[in-house]
Design a protein around this ligand. Structure first.
Ligand code: PLP
Length: 400
């Protein structure tokens, strides 16, 4: 009898983390590899946030805290939701976990029963379907192709809803496509949900602050107050505040759901790091002026990557509204042959070819549920991006 539990057979390790480890291995072996697979800003955590962590340690805030967040952090989160999103969440409607990923995990584990369906617009963040599977639910991917701007159309949502649907997972701006929903697009999604009172919506707003060209961010509970009582609004400090390693994510939602999530967390990890929580209070309450500065750099890189990729034969790269990813199509390379004579049959073949031929590490679209595409994270230096795109152009030109 195998020692490992059956539930583990349902999931696979994160494809993005796998590609990042492969890049590190190749680099350690002396290969010249440019890694464009990691989903984190290359900027350091701002100094005032680092100082707040040091001050917290010196004050002795190094002990257990309330399981799902200190009152100080919950107050800062409540104020953030009111200030930035026009949403009122009292402290018993707020939960804090070890990264947005744990908060998502808690929400799904606390609510999904065997066979419950969770609608996941594709392309999706790699972790969504696997967490649904761990919770014994059924992920229901709904294709949102490039022609629809990688966004969920109301008619496709309507068609995907069944009596078993428990949640719709929304993510805007999106990892991996960078697509963000306008208020009108969210309105159309909300109108469908109003017709289905048993379907809840989990909106992952992790990239809320990473938007370009004056795109105005909105979130679904703000667009449709009637959905507030069945929405979990998830966010975190990882991306906007360059705090991926600190591991703080949070959500606002109905008190019963928040309580169930805290119960689960009390029997798994307990509180997130006390020091990271103190740092996050400073992140949310402190100066926000570095955010537009970072975005200006990201926007320049986005434009560089989009332009260079659109000059690579066989690729097509739309210009996304936000996040720090592009999700180009490699449809025009499928069926072509590499100089070594191998036929590119799918996006995994294409990505492996880029890695072998030119030492550029990106992630295959199949991992995000929509092919033939690949994801590039442009949260890396402009020189590295320029060199990587030159190599991709060369690799594409060498296909026959
Ligand atoms: C869409 C999305 N949601 C949630 C997360 C989780 O972030 P955290 O690092 O806070 O767990 C990520 C991180 O990659 C993400 O891309």
């Amino acid at each position: 009898m195998p020692f490992i539990a059956d539930r583990l057979s349902r999931i696979k390790p994160s494809a993005t983390l796998a590609m990042t480890s492969r890049t590190l291995e190749l680099k350690a072996a002396g290969r010249d590899v440019i890694g464009l697979s990691a989903g984190e800003p290359d900027f350091d955590t701002p100094a005032n946030i680092q100082e707040a962590a040091i001050a917290a340690m010196r004050r002795g805030e190094t002990r257990y805290t309330n399981v799902d967040g200190t009152p100080a952090l919950k107050k800062a989160i409540s104020a953030k939701f009111r200030r930035e999103n026009g949403l009122d969440y009292a402290l018993n409607q707020i939960t804090v976990g070890t990264g947005g990923k744990q908060v998502l995990f808690n929400a799904l584990m606390a609510t999904v029963n065997q066979g419950d369906e969770v609608i996941v617009p594709a392309p999706y963040w790699v972790s969504y379907p696997d967490i649904v599977l761990l919770a014994e639910g059924t992920p229901v991917p709904v294709a949102c192709p490039q022609n629809n701007g990688f966004k969920l159309r109301p008619e496709d949502l309507e068609a995907a809803i069944t009596r078993k649907t428990k949640w719709l997972l929304l993510n805007s701006p999106s990892n991996p496509s960078g697509a963000a929903y306008t208020a009108a697009e969210l309105r159309a999604v909300a109108d469908v949900l109003l017709r289905h009172p048993d379907v809840w919506v989990l909106t992952d707003d992790m990239y809320e602050h990473v938007l370009y060209d004056d795109f105005k961010f909105t979130t679904i509970a703000q667009i449709e107050p009637k959905l507030y009582s069945r929405t979990l609004t998830l966010n975190g400090v990882s991306k906007a505040y360059c705090m991926t390693g600190w591991r703080i994510g949070y959500a606002g939602g109905p008190p019963e759901l928040i309580k169930a999530m805290a119960a689960l967390q009390s029997q798994s990890t307990s509180n997130p790091s006390s020091i990271s929580q103190a740092a996050s209070v400073e992140a949310l309450n402190g100066p926000q002026d570095f955010i537009p500065k970072h975005n200006a750099v990201f926007k320049e890189r986005r434009d560089l990557v989009v332009e260079m990729l659109n000059r690579a034969p066989g690729l097509f790269c739309p210009r996304p509204e936000g996040a720090f990813y592009v999700y180009p199509s490699c449809a025009g390379t499928i069926g072509k042959r590499t100089p070594q004579g191998k036929v590119i049959e799918n996006d995994t073949d294409f990505v492996m070819y880029l890695l072998d031929a030119e030492g550029v590490a990106v992630v295959q679209g199949v991992a995000f549920g929509l092919s033939p595409h690949f994801r590039i994270s442009y949260a890396t230096s402009t020189e590295a991006l320029r060199e990587a795109c030159t190599r991709i152009q060369r690799a594409c030109a060498a296909l026959k």
